[in-house]
Design a protein around this ligand. Structure first.
Ligand SMILES: C[S@@+](CC[C@H](N)C(=O)[O-])C[C@H]1O[C@@H](n2cnc3c(N)ncnc32)[C@H](O)[C@@H]1O
Length: 200
């Protein structure tokens, strides 16, 4: 099982954004939706071995976190508008507490931020994707149960960085350029694919 956790520093934790103006009205939830696509969807299918979390730290209902499990998720489509609709419906649900509560097949929500996700990760090995860190290609990687933390367009705030350091998340880079978050996800996922293929 591989996991991706995307931290949206100001991403809307309530559904009151406009589908036709996501970047302008949702605290850049559009960035997180592209990450969801990159983490979970491949050509004509879903990565059944992947779970993605969106941590939503913006607006009056924050913090909240969404969990999408590729193993059982249904009706995941690659276009941003469909994913935004899915997330908006999930955000319309009543408060459920800090543990993840299922909304529908493969989709769950928690009224908590990073701590709710960390409590859900159990035996995963945490990594934080950071520009300027050690290159993933030259580092050992737990390909069986990695959990990759990814920043939004603003990167990580200091509180999150310290919390991730506190749980021993190892910083990794995916190359010398500062990339869009979804591209960093695609590259590190490809690295996991390659290493798994090489070891059978
Ligand atoms: C657009 S970047 C954030 C840029 C932001 N200005 C900053 O200084 O952090 C979004 C996220 O993608 C990931 N990322 C981007 N480029 C990366 C790289 N070369 N290696 C590892 N992660 C990267 C990081 O998690 C980053 O927080």
């Amino acid at each position: 099982m591989r996991r991706f956790i995307v931290i949206g520093q100001r991403a809307a934790a309530s559904g009151d954004f406009l589908l036709h103006d996501l970047p302008g009205t949702s605290g850049r939830l559009d960035v997180l939706l592209r990450c969801l696509r990159a983490a979970l969807l491949v050509s004509h299918g879903v990565r059944r071995d992947t779970t993605a979390y969106l941590v939503l730290l913006g607006g009056t209902r924050a913090p909240r976190a969404l969990r999408v499990e590729g193993s059982i998720a249904e009706y995941l489509r690659p276009d941003e508008r469909s994913l935004a609709n899915l997330v908006r419906k999930a955000l319309a649900t009543a408060p459920s507490g800090p543990e993840f509560a299922a909304i529908r097949h493969g989709l769950a929500i928690a009224d908590g931020g990073l701590d709710s996700v960390l409590a859900d990760l159990r035996h995963a090995t945490p990594y934080v994707l950071e520009e300027g860190a050690a290159d993933v290609r030259e580092q050992p990687l737990d390909t069986a149960a990695p959990a990759f933390f990814v920043g939004d367009d603003l990167g990580f705030d200091e509180v999150t960085r310290n919390r991730l350091r506190g749980v021993g998340a190892k910083p990794l880079s995916v190359g010398p350029m500062s990339l869009h978050a979804e591209d960093a996800i695609a590259i590190v996922s490809n690295e996991v694919d390659r290493r798994r293929a090489a070891t059978g």
